[in-house]
Design a protein around this ligand. Structure first.
Ligand SMILES: NC(=O)c1ccc[n+]([C@@H]2O[C@H](COP(=O)([O-])OP(=O)(O)OC[C@H]3O[C@@H](n4cnc5c(N)ncnc54)[C@H](O)[C@@H]3O)[C@@H](O)[C@H]2O)c1
Length: 433
C-alpha cells in the first residue's frame, strides 16, 4: 500500500485516485473547487463517467479514498503527489499552465517530507523542469523532491477500463529511483512501461494525441473524395484497418474530433512548433479539415431541407462523444451556431449531456425523449453516436418528423435501408452523394 495524493478531481484526477485506491493504495484526492469536494463527500460525482460512482463509493467505504480541499491534509503522509489539473488552451493556442503553477506552488508550501511529484496533466515539453523550479523556489525550506512525468492516455467514456488496462505506462525522469518508484506503483496494471527522460515523456503524450487526430482528419478528407468517386468510407476504413501497420482504431469518418484533449493538444503542439520556428503544416491541416466538418454538415442539411431559414432541426446527441457529459469543444456547439446563423430553430436530445449543455446552448430546446424531440422537425442530424440511437424505432422516428430527412453525421445507419424506408438520408463519405 502506498500513500498517494491526487491534485484535481476532474475526469483524470478522480479516475486516477479511485483506481489507485481500488488497487489497494491510500489516496487523498484534493481540489480547490469546494463544491466538488463537498459533493464527493456526499457521494455525488462531479462528472458522468460509466462505473465511476460505484468505484468511488466502494473505495471511500473501505477507507482507501478520501477528499479534501486542504493541501496540508492531502500531502501530509503522501509519498506521491499526482498533478491532474486542467491545461486548457490560451487564446493563442498555447497551453495555459496557471493551474499547474498554482498546484506546484501549493504542494511546495505544504510538503513536509520527501515527495515524488508526478505530472499527469498534459503539459508542454519542458514543463517538468519548470515545475521543479517553481517547487524549489516556493518551498519554505528545502525538502527533497523529484518531478516525474506520467502522462495519462485514458479516454472519457471508458476511463476506468483504460486506466486499469493501459496500452503502456510512460514515465519520464532522469532520476533512476524516482522513475523506479513510479514504475512500481503502476506494476499491477501489467502494461509495458516506457521509462525515458522528462521531455520525451511529455512529447509522447502530445505526439500520440496529434497522431490520433491526424488519423481521423485523414479519413474525413478521404470521405469527401469517397462521395465524389462513389466509394464507401466505412468499408474503406474496415479494409484498411485489418492492416496491423495501420490499425483499425480512429478511422471513423464523421463530424470530426472534439473534447477536452485533441483540440487543445493539437493546438498546443502546433504552437510549440511555431515557437521554435517550425511551420507545423500537417498539424495545421489536421485542424482545418476538422473544423470544416462542422460547416459542411450544416451546408448538407441545408440542401436536404431546401434551405434552413425558418426550419426546425433536431440533434441526436450533444456530447463530443458517447458515454460522457463532456461538452468541451463538442462539434454540436459550432453546429448549433452555424444552424442558428442560417435561420434554423434547434431542438436536441442527449442521454446525459443536456444539463452540462444547457448553459452553453441556451437558445436550443431540449427534450427528455428522442422521439418527442424529433416531432415536427424538418430534419435531424446524428451528432453523437450514442448506442441508443443505433436501435431507434425508425418507423416511429419517420412518423414524428415533418420531413423524413436524416443526416447521419456518425454513419450509424445503413444507407440502403434508410433509403428503402423512404428517408432522405445522407451519411458521411458513403458513396455518391
Ligand atoms: N479528460 C481526458 O480525457 C484526459 C485524458 C488524458 C489526459 N488529460 C489531461 O489531464 C488534465 C486534466 O484534465 P481533466 O479533463 O481531468 O480536467 P478537468 O477540468 O475535468 O479537472 C481539473 C480539476 O482540477 C481542479 N483544479 C484546478 N486548479 C487546481 C489547483 N490549483 N489545485 C487543485 N485542484 C485544481 C479543477 O477544479 C478541476 O476539478 C489535462 O491536462 C488534460 O489534458 C485529460
Amino acid at each position: 500500500m502506498k500513500q498517494i495524493c491526487v491534485v484535481g478531481v476532474g475526469y483524470v484526477g478522480l479516475v486516477t485516485g479511485a483506481c489507485f485506491a481500488d488497487l489497494g493504495n491510500k489516496v487523498v484526492a484534493l481540489d480547490v473547487n469546494e463544491k466538488r469536494i463537498e459533493n464527493l463527500k456526499k457521494g455525488v460525482m462531479p462528472i458522468y463517467e460509466p462505473g465511476l460512482d460505484e468505484l468511488v463509493k466502494r473505495n471511500v467505504k473501505a477507507g482507501r479514498l478520501s477528499f479534501t480541499t486542504s493541501y496540508a491534509e492531502a500531502i501530509k503522509d503522501a509519498e506521491y503527489a499526482f498533478i491532474a489539473v486542467g491545461t486548457p488552451s490560451a487564446d493563442n493556442g498555447e497551453a495555459d499552465l496557471q493551474y499547474v503553477e498554482a498546484a506546484a506552488k501549493s504542494i511546495a508550501k505544504n510538503m513536509s517530507a520527501p515527495l515524488i511529484i508526478i505530472n499527469k496533466s498534459t503539459v508542454p515539453i519542458g514543463t517538468g523542469d519548470w515545475v521543479a523550479d517553481i517547487v524549489t523556489k516556493a518551498q519554505p525550506k528545502p525538502i527533497p523532491f523529484w518531478v516525474v512525468s506520467c502522462p495519462e492516455f485514458l479516454r472519457e467514456g471508458s476511463a476506468i477500463g483504460d486506466f486499469m488496462s493501459p496500452h503502456r505506462t510512460v514515465i519520464g525522469s532522469l532520476h533512476h529511483d524516482a522513475a523506479e518508484k513510479v514504475a512500481h506503483l503502476h506494476l499491477p496494471l501489467r502494461a509495458p512501461i516506457v521509462i525515458t527522460d522528462l521531455r520525451t515523456a511529455e512529447m509522447i503524450k502530445y505526439a500520440s494525441n496529434a497522431f490520433l487526430a491526424t488519423k481521423i482528419s485523414f479519413m474525413n478528407e478521404l470521405a469527401d473524395l469517397c462521395e465524389l468517386v462513389g466509394a464507401d468510407v466505412k468499408e474503406v476504413a474496415a479494409g484498411m484497418g485489418y492492416d496491423a501497420r495501420i490499425g483499425r482504431h480512429f478511422l471513423e469518418a464523421g463530424l470530426g474530433w472534439g473534447g477536452s484533449c485533441f483540440p487543445k493538444d493539437v493546438k498546443a503542439l502546433a504552437f510549440m512548433a511555431g515557437e521554435k520556428g517550425l511551420e507545423p503544416r500537417i498539424l495545421n491541416s489536421v485542424m482545418d479539415v476538422n473544423y470544416d466538418r462542422r460547416l459542411e454538415v450544416v451546408e448538407h442539411i441545408g440542401k436536404m431541407t431546401g434551405g434552413l431559414k425558418g426550419k426546425t432541426i433536431g440533434l441526436f446527441g450533444l456530447a463530443f462523444k458517447p458515454n460522457t457529459d463532456d461538452m468541451r469543444e463538442a462539434p454540436s456547439i459550432d453546429i448549433v451556431r452555424h444552424l442558428t446563423e442560417a435561420g434554423a430553430k434547434i431542438r436536441a436530445y442527449d442521454p446525459v449531456a443536456m444539463d452540462v449543455a444547457r448553459p452553453l446552448l441556451p437558445d436550443i430546446e431540449m427534450f427528455d425523449d428522442p422521439y418527442e424531440m424529433a416531432k415536427g422537425c424538418d430534419g435531424v442530424i446524428v451528432v453523437t453516436e450514442w448506442n441508443e440511437f443505433k436501435q431507434l424505432d425508425l418507423d416511429q422516428l419517420k412518423s414524428m418528423l415533418k420531413k423524413p430527412v436524416v443526416l447521419d453525421g456518425r454513419n450509424i445507419y445503413d444507407p440502403e435501408r434508410m433509403k428503402a424506408m423512404g428517408f432522405a438520408y445522407r451519411g458521411i463519405g458513403r458513396g455518391m452523394s
